[in-house]
Design a protein around this ligand. Sequence first.
Ligand SMILES: Cc1cc2nc3c(=O)[nH]c(=O)nc-3n(C[C@H](O)[C@H](O)[C@H](O)COP(=O)(O)O)c2cc1C
Length: 307
Amino acid sequence: MTQKIPHEISPVAISTAFGLDGRGIFPYTLWPAYRRLLRLVRETGTAVFTKSATRHARRGNFIPANPLTWGYIRRLPGLGMLNAYGLTNAGVEAGLPGLKNALGSGLNVIPNFYPEFGKGAAALRETLEAAALYRDALGPAFRVLELNFSCPNAPEDIACNVADGLACVREVRRAHPDLRLIAKLSVVHPFEFAQELEALGVHALHAVNTIPYDLVFPPPHPPSPLARVGGGGVSGGPAFAQAYAYNRELRKKVKLFLIMGCGVTCLDEAQRYFDAGADAVSLCTLVLRHPGEAGRIVSRYSPRITG
Ligand SMILES: Cc1cc2nc3c(=O)[nH]c(=O)nc-3n(C[C@H](O)[C@H](O)[C@H](O)COP(=O)(O)O)c2cc1C
């Protein structure tokens, strides 16, 4: 075990699969197994990273109300998913009432924010504004912020955002010295990025986000069915091998609290991440594909259940 971050990150965390405020995604909330998992997560104090918000409303590819866009999220064999969601959200302010409500109901919710580096200097300003909005609305409950530097479905090239990411962390640390920061990485990021984030005082790393389709299925596999919108990101079973290899190397490079995730489909794979030195393990696709198994993993590692 490496250094602890004071705001308790549970051994198993739910990543984005409970939506923009952590209270669940419609229509999944109609599914009894998903609702049971939500209850378990609340009772066990399991950490829930929200789906990413941007400072202002953003229209991505997937629009929940538009069935013509539903093909941007697909199932893959092996409990996998391919998505080109594209960060559709109503902006930080619109999400605050839901977040307050989630925290008030006992959910251990941690906001995830996507800095839109494609906007140039405005991205830093917007990230600082977002952090101030969270602080003013959530008060002392706002102790941790996850920064998403790794979405493969945005126009920004994540392989090239290292300098922007470091500048962003530096500014947020300066403006909010007490705020704990988690940086969410991609397999396309060099390990030096993680090391520089550590040197800047980031409190935890979360690796990794969905993996660009072409990396998981290179030629001679056929191109992504979502090639028109960049190919999309692969998660769940088909992504495990590459995510695991990246995390095992990353563990050797940093001492930081490390949340390992991507590709977990069963208890055994969660254990493989712990054996590789994870301080915590995150689950997303499994929550959406097999919430019962996600619940089994949460229960297995929850200190409130295992004592
Ligand atoms: C449909 C879908 C939407 C996602 N949206 C976000 C997001 O908004 N922000 C983010 O940081 N990660 C997002 N992710 C990535 C997950 O949080 C997680 O890091 C990734 O899917 C790998 O873990 P998994 O294999 O357990 O799903 C999304 C994943 C899926 C499948």
